[in-house]
Ligand binder design. Sequence first.
Ligand code: MG
Length: 292
Amino acid sequence: MKSTNSRRPLGGLCLVLAGCLLAASAQVQAQEMAGKPAANDGTNATYWMQNSVEYKANTEALYALAKLRLNQAIADQGWTAAMEQGSNYEKKPVAVILDVDETVLDNSLYQAWIVENGQYYSSKTWAPFVHTETSRAIPGSLDFINYATARGVAVFYVSNRKAPEEAPTRGNLKKLGYPIGDEEDRVLLRGEKEEWGSDKGTRRAVVAEKYRIALLIGDNLGDFLDDVDVSPAERQKLFQDNAAHWGRDWIMLPNPSYGSWEGASFGFNWGAPAEEKRQMKFDIMDDWKPAE
Ligand SMILES: [Mg+2]
């Protein structure tokens, strides 16, 4: 997880709009000069993911689609979702690979804390949150995973949570009833092995040695492809180049709270001041110009 900076809301009542804007701007400047982060834009995104039925309806629909695609994949031995699959995979047992955060586990408690307290993502606060094992289930995910397991499909979790977070990650999944596989390690985290960096291809390759990978499910371009920390235009090209996968063997869940899509907008300069990052997003967005 990565995220943006934040600003505390103005206290008191601003009677004159112009005065309010000036005061807000002065406050942001003062806070940034004092080394404090300026406003986190994540209120709507976090509220939507945690509280809206619209979000739930999306994830439920995508996991319902994943069931249909899994049935197709099981029936078609030539089907594979993984670039790393290689050859002679047709007779291998079937597996699916899911990301964890905002794919299986809902971390909106952490996101809400960030937004409400003028914070932004930091491994210093994220690690204690992970150890509380209080993440919730993404709607539809448990039902899909139980369905896959009942069909004899091996379920792998490939996450960029770090290796020291494996025990609480397993604990949280277990508490919510997710099967995590006792027969082999199916929770593959970043840094568990030297070659397991933030790109997930090396971990997919390990799964592909033994299994035919039917589906990849995630909320971030990096759950499907390596080397995604590129410009917005290059990401559009990656999307188009892989058009045949989306909604077939690659299922993308919505995550408006955070992701590599955001980093791309400001060249992955996460440490830049919030106002600068916001301006870079404004510069990229197409916008209507009303007639004078
Ligand atoms: Mg994720």
